[in-house]
Design a protein around this ligand. Sequence first.
Ligand code: CMP
Length: 139
Amino acid sequence: MTERTFSIIKPDATRRNLTGAVNAVIEGAGLRIVAQRRIKLTEAQAKKFYEVHAERPFYGELVSQMTAEPVVVQVLEGPNAVAAYREVMGATNPEQAAEGTIRKQFALSIGENSVHGSDSLENAGIEIAQFFTDDQIVG
Ligand code: CMP
């Protein structure tokens, strides 16, 4: 089934000029970038986006890293896009990420892990709506 998922290219990747390299892996996996914008997340946006992790010990550092420098927010479309992108990203911890995945190639650490991708179709819809209106997504 054709799905849409939400992606963030994180500050550790934008800082190292890796936006194009990450996008090449995404497109090489058959996912289409149907919306994309480079922004600086506000603290309020980052806190809301990662609200589910609010009680985790890394929450404060996560919010400060995500707001320190620009990110690229994206909508990706393709067959089973949610699962397909999670496979392309690789494990959250880059040491456990499979060869060829974005995190294996580019991530610096579990915190600075280069990309975010939605973990379910339901969350994809919620996350996309936080950054894009329907008319900004061109499939
Ligand atoms: P992400 O997929 O964006 O979802 C939550 C983020 O928290 C995760 O990627 C990491 O960037 C960050 N993080 C930092 N430490 C941890 C940890 N120990 N476990 C999971 N996520 C972590």
